[in-house]
Design a protein around this ligand. Structure first.
Ligand code: AMP
Ligand code: MG
Length: 344
């Protein structure tokens, strides 16, 4: 219980950061907003214009509907059914099928840095159940035998998960949900909105006053934002082990992003990774995977793909940005002594 409360406080502190974008905007457009707890995090939606209010109501229902499909702990969810299928095929909804196909594709592209079948290992660290512990090496080695995205079999939306394997959409579900909500808002005619799903930010259009949205980038070492990104029509997703972690009896900090190669929390030399792209699901998958890869791996992945931008904050407190967002990023007062470099 205590761990749950601490996790919630940490999530709320983290989120305090990202909500800045919607504050104090002068506009004649009507504003609608809602904040609620879903998908183990705090969701905050803001939309402008006549249809904003209805769009937000529909969006909240949609988030709750998707959460019911993907929760690892809710016994009625599709992920729960898969995780307890003992190797028998399960027919899943189109949304779960699409998300799983995407997660498996990204697992392949990131050579397993994103690993949607990491759940047995995550569970052994107690992350989703809020009872953290440090598993032994042997236990981890045994559990890792049940990890491997290439053993998940899909035939349309009929999924076979080998006995002992378990899925977790924690690294991609919120980004994919954001994309579904962006579509929903646009269908309702919303032209200006800011969606914040636990720090996964997605913005529609510009602010109603025509200016870009201002999204804060959290200082992974403490309170506050170290800089601001000016964006429109974009997703901005950050991963970092400071978002959810526990301090073990040995005094060490253990984060929630697991390196699938070892079963231990990733310690790759990065404090946080922020990814920017049109699609939230791509940002979400990549922010987690690049965090696992570390600075060198992340840079070489970006050089091979270049269909997204990123901000890496290294373990040494260096800020590295891809060249495309040079002019959109500004560093805040008080952080001027941090070294900023550009990735080309
Ligand atoms: P994110 O906050 O998007 O970086 O996702 C982190 C969450 O994804 C964790 O809380 C776990 O639920 C899950 N997770 C941890 N490590 C991995 C990994 N290597 N691949 C996929 N999911 C992971
Ligand atoms: Mg992610």
């Amino acid at each position: 219980m205590r761990n749950k409360v601490i996790s919630l406080i940490m999530i709320l502190l983290f989120l305090g950061v990202c909500l800045a974008g919607a504050r104090k905007i002068k506009t004649d457009e009507s504003k609608a907003d809602a904040s609620f707890f879903a998908m183990s995090t705090y969701v905050s939606l803001t939309a402008y214009g006549k249809t904003g209010e209805q769009a937000i109501l529909d969006a909240q229902n949609k988030v709750e509907e998707l959460e019911m499909l993907w929760s690892t702990t809710d016994e009625g969810s599709e992920v729960f059914a898969l995780n307890h299928s003992n190797g028998t095929p399960v027919n899943v909804s189109g949304e779960t099928g699409d998300l799983l196909r995407f997660a498996l594709k990204m697992a392949q592209e990131t050579e397993g840095a994103l690993e949607p079948t990491i759940y047995p290992v995550l569970l052994s660290w107690g992350f989703t159940i809020g009872e953290n512990r440090i598993p032994g090496q042997e236990e981890l080695e045994l559990l890792l035998r049940n990890v491997g995205y290439d053993r998940v079999f899909m035939e349309g939306n009929r999924v076979t998960l080998p006995d002992g394997m378990q899925l977790d959409f924690g690294a991609v579900g919120k980004g994919y949900t954001g994309d579904i909500l962006v579509e929903l808002f646009k269908e309702k005619g919303v032209k200006s909105a800011l969606l914040d799903l636990g720090g996964n930010i997605q913005v529609i259009g510009t602010r109603p006053d025509g200016k870009n949205w201002r999204v804060g980038i959290r200082n992974p070492y403490g309170e506050g934002y170290l800089g601001v990104l000016e964006v429109c029509d974009l997703a901005i997703v950050t991963s970092g082990n400071y978002e959810r972690y526990f301090v073990g009896a040995d005094g060490k900090t253990y984060g929630h992003i697991i390196d699938p190669a070892t079963g231990y929390p990733a310690e790759s030399g990065l404090a946080s990774v922020t990814v920017l792209a049109k699609e939230g699901k791509l940002c979400d998958a990549l922010s987690t995977a690049l965090f696992v890869m570390g600075p060198d791996g992340a840079v070489s992945y970006w050089r091979q793909h270049r269909d997204f931008d990123m901000i890496l904050i290294t373990g040494e407190g260096e800020i590295c940005l891809t060249e495309g967002i040079k002019d959109q990023f500004s560093i805040n007062n008080g952080y001027d002594d941090w070294e900023v470099s550009f990735i080309e």
